[in-house]
Write a protein that binds this ligand. Structure first.
Ligand code: 4NP
Length: 172
């Protein structure tokens, strides 16, 4: 069998958004029988929380929805991640810009895309870019964490549906 397709999910701290997406994507891959074909990792563009578990507010939102947040430990995104992964998905525009700035070559900048490009509920197709962010819930209340969870669940379903095409197009 060919090498697994490697997806990295990236936010700022790697304690709220990208680890939530990491847990949900692994759950959906397992349900779709794709765990052996796709490998998932997550990281933050900032390193302040490196080695820490998930933010307790994200962990509660995940547990309440019957996911297991317990295995996460925060990692930091570096230029090496370009060679180690096929697809690098940014949670917001500043994550995207920070990742592109680390690309070892101009061609590798194309590995960076916005996670919400795969959101089936995008109202404007992402044409103006404004709908493409998963908002940072860090400074808000518990509602923000629930909204982020729902947004990530439906976007992950869209991503899993797009995976066969993404895998077929890799290294093209
Ligand atoms: P995340 O949220 O990027 O979704 O993990 C944040 C976590 C921590 C900080 C900012 C955002 N922080 O400033 O420490």
């Amino acid at each position: 069998m060919s090498e697994p397709f490697k997806v990295a999910l990236v936010c700022l701290g790697n304690i709220c958004r990208s680890p939530t997406a990491h847990v949900i994507l692994e759950d959906r891959l397992e349900r779709a029988g794709l765990s052996a074909n796709v490998e998932v990792a997550s990281a933050g563009t900032g390193g302040w929380h490196r080695g820490e578990p998930m933010d307790p507010r994200s962990a509660v939102a995940l547990r309440d929805a019957r996911y297991d947040p317990s295995r996460h430990r925060a990692r930091t995104f570096t230029a090496d991640w370009f060679a180690e992964h096929d697809l690098l998905l940014a949670m917001d525009a500043s994550n995207h810009a920070d990742m592109v700035a680390l690309a070892p070559t101009v061609a590798q900048q194309d590995q960076v895309r916005m996670f919400r490009e795969f959101d089936p509920e995008l109202t404007n197709g992402g044409a103006d870019g404004t709908d493409l962010e998963v908002p940072d819930p860090w400074h808000g209340g518990p509602d923000g964490f629930l909204q982020v969870l729902a947004m990530i669940e439906r976007t992950t379903d869209g991503l899993v549906a797009a995976l066969p095409d993404l895998i077929a197009a890799r290294h093209r």
